[in-house]
Design a protein around this ligand. Sequence first.
Ligand SMILES: NC(=O)c1ccc[n+]([C@@H]2O[C@H](COP(=O)([O-])OP(=O)(O)OC[C@H]3O[C@@H](n4cnc5c(N)ncnc54)[C@H](OP(=O)(O)O)[C@@H]3O)[C@@H](O)[C@H]2O)c1
Length: 283
Amino acid sequence: MGSCDGRVAFITGASRGIGKAIARRLSAEGASVVLSASRMGAHGKLQGTLEQAVSVIQAAGGKAAAVAADLSDPAARADLIQRAGECFGPVDILVNNAAAATMKLPSQCSTEERSRMYDLNLNAPIDLAQQAIPAMKARGAGWILNITSASAIQPALPYRDSKLAAWVIGPYGATKAALDRYTEALAHEVAEHGIFVNAMAPVSIVLTQGADYVRDIARENPDMAEPVEMMAEAAVELCSGRHVGRVVFSRNIVHEVGRQVRSLDGTTVLGDAFLEADPEATA
Ligand SMILES: NC(=O)c1ccc[n+]([C@@H]2O[C@H](COP(=O)([O-])OP(=O)(O)OC[C@H]3O[C@@H](n4cnc5c(N)ncnc54)[C@H](OP(=O)(O)O)[C@@H]3O)[C@@H](O)[C@H]2O)c1
């Protein structure tokens, strides 16, 4: 028996990186998973496609399907929860993971760049939650997990790299800080309906393609790098019904509840001292 048996989970940004890891781990807990990204196939130099991620889960015996939509486009995401629900039934667990960061300093990030980032990182999670909540309320149960970032809070001085910090906690960090607050507010609103809304960030860096710009920093400072399995394990914990209105770091919540970190297929207890060098290098 998995902790998510009988539930349908919808995970955005699941073609690679953290989203794919969470989808695999939720599947290992028994959820039927619907994965989303902006497109089904490959694009540019980026590795990992929706089709491949679905195949990995199906090959492990899981129920998985994919729906593509550009989440930065309000029209493209307008019916996404309905489309996801057509795969295995209504969405019980919504993981808002997709996001992007525009490499611009706060004084130089244009209106257009900021708008696109706010749409993908903030408005899309809110829209998807609003689409999912009516059916969750009707069933008296639901789980919404927003993936946020340590960039939402001010890093401790001295900065390791002031320009990088200005970029990270600036335009991108502002979208995540807003998402954190929205998470807390939404949790207050819908908790009475049995809907558990939480947000979770890596403590520092998970070596995904999205973290390419800090890859060298993480490799020089192994203490800053976090295995993707830690995020996936914390996601399962936050979709357990034991937490509501929390904005937490992955490792902190895993330690708080004394949870053991497992491999993404759920079969092996890993502990948390190990370091997965690069989740993109594994299936
Ligand atoms: N990695 C880290 O160290 C780190 C640190 C702090 C917070 N986070 C947060 O963790 C989450 C996942 O990060 P990651 O590093 O795994 O990211 P990633 O490797 O860049 O993957 C991003 C995912 O989002 C999808 N995506 C991007 N733009 C999209 C769009 N317009 N519409 C729909 N889907 C889109 C991508 O698929 P397509 O490109 O195929 O659309 C991909 O599946 C993000 O919320 C990020 O802010 C990550």
